[in-house]
Each structure stands twice: as C-alpha cells, then as structure tokens.
Design a binder for this molecule. Structure first.
Ligand code: PGA
Length: 243
C-alpha cells in the first residue's frame, strides 16, 4: 500500500479520474467498481467528462456498484443506484449488460449477493476499485468486524453509518441493513484506491495507514493490498512519515 497526497479535493479527484481514464485507454474491457457518496462524486463527474472530451472508447467497459442501502428503491435520490444512474450510467448510456448494481428491493438478497459474486467471477475479477472511508472506518458496507475473507453480503448497519448516512437523504429515512461487495473482492482487485478528503477524515486515514491491520477497523485492509493506494488531500493527511 502507498499513500499519495494532493493539494486539494479537485487535484485529488482529477488524479483518480485521469488514472481510470488512462486505464480504459489501455484496457478497453476494464472492470471498474466505484463507491457512491460525497468523496468520489467529483471523480465520477471528471471521468465522464474526460471520456467524452477525449472520445475514449468505453463500449466494452464493465461497471460494478460497490454497495446499496437495503430496502430503498432506485428512485430514492439518496440511493447508490440513483447516484450511479444519474452520474455515470445515464450520461454514458451504458447498456444493461455493462453494469451490475445490487437490487436493494430483491426478495432474496442472498441470491442477489450470489449474482454479484458470479458477475465478478464471469468478468475475471475487478481491475480498479475506488472506495471511500466511512466515519467508523468502513469500506462499502463492510462494517467493523467484517471478515477480510468475505464475499458479497447483507449486513446490519452500525450506529455511526445509520446516523452519518442521513446526509444523503432529503428527509429522515430508516437505515437498517446494507448490501455490499466483500473484502475478498477488494483483495483480489488489481488496483484499489481508497480516497478521502477533508479534516474530518484525517484521524481515520492515520489509523488506516499506520494503525494495526485488524477487522475491527476495516480500512486497515488497505495495508494488505500490494497495489493499494490511499489517496488524500492535505486536510485529510496528518501522517507525518509520508510528508
Ligand atoms: P462519504 O462516504 O464519501 O460520503 O464521506 C464514505 C463512506 O461511507 O464510505
């Protein structure tokens, strides 16, 4: 794992978007997994902009959504589905065969997890994953205590995730469970970016890169990834040894 620091959120996002755009140029059949949320917002916008402006051929890429709030319809503006539909799938007009998002309304969520695992296997794994970090150190909905060996699964959300998660919604919603890609997929992904910006993430990033590798602090899994990059802006970085 390596830590890279950028001056501000714009430079950080531009770095990630450029890296992904270049990866699509080098491998048109790239399999990309993205998190939704505030952190990757600008990266996704810049990526779509670059793809269009540079006329990058993205007809063969595959996109995978990292996670979803269980029980929310895709029309809910706070859902991950809505985020990706509006920011990526819609603007690029991806074909249904080109992407897989969890179905948060599925009657059989376990089966949806199996479908996701199968989809990833059929694509021969994920090439690039871009994730954020939650205020409890989670990645996706891999909450503290999640096995580093997990496949896709449904999980009871922890208290911090439920309360912080309200920021995505216009009105109060009941957030109970999440459905998420597991850590086995993250470890098998060829290149992983964990992105963070702002001072509220600084302590979490310090723990991610310098703390013990433990399932009780999920983001510490980044230390186990040979091609993992923790990418941050100045405000999120107080790791002196890397300055
Ligand atoms: P955020 O969410 O990007 O909105 O801060 C991060 C996360 O919970 O993974």
């Amino acid at each position: 794992m390596r830590l890279k620091q950028f001056k501000n959120y714009e430079e950080l996002s531009d770095f990630a978007a450029t890296d992904i755009a270049d990866a699509i140029k080098n491998k048109p059949s790239l399999v990309l997994c993205l998190a939704s949320g505030d952190t990757p917002k600008l990266t996704v916008d810049l990526l779509v902009k670059k793809i269009k402006e540079e006329k990058i051929n993205y007809s063969k890429i595959t996109f995978i959504g990292l996670d979803e709030w269980v029980g929310l319809p895709p029309t809910n503006t706070g859902s991950c589905h809505y985020f990706f539909q509006n920011k990526l799938i819609g603007p690029l007009q991806l074909k249904p065969s080109q992407y897989f998002l969890f179905d948060a309304l599925a009657a059989d969520l376990q089966n949806d997890c199996k479908k996701m695992d199968q989809f990833i296997n059929d694509k021969n794994g994920i090439d690039i994953m871009l994730v954020g970090i939650g205020m409890n150190g989670h990645i996706g909905f891999n909450e503290p205590g999640t096995s580093f060996n997990s496949l896709s699964h449904v999980i009871e959300l922890d208290e911090i995730t439920r309360s912080v998660g309200q920021k995505y919604f216009n009105e109060q919603v009941e957030l109970g469970k999440g459905i998420t890609i597991g850590f086995k997929h993250l470890l098998n992904t060829k290149k992983v970016f964990l992105m963070a910006n702002g001072s509220k993430k600084a302590e979490l990033i310090k723990k991610t890169v310098e703390g013990p590798v433990t399932e009780s602090f999920p983001a510490s899994i980044m230390q186990k990834h040979n091609n993992g990059f923790v990418i941050v802006d100045e405000e999120a970085c107080m790791v002196k040894s890397f300055h």
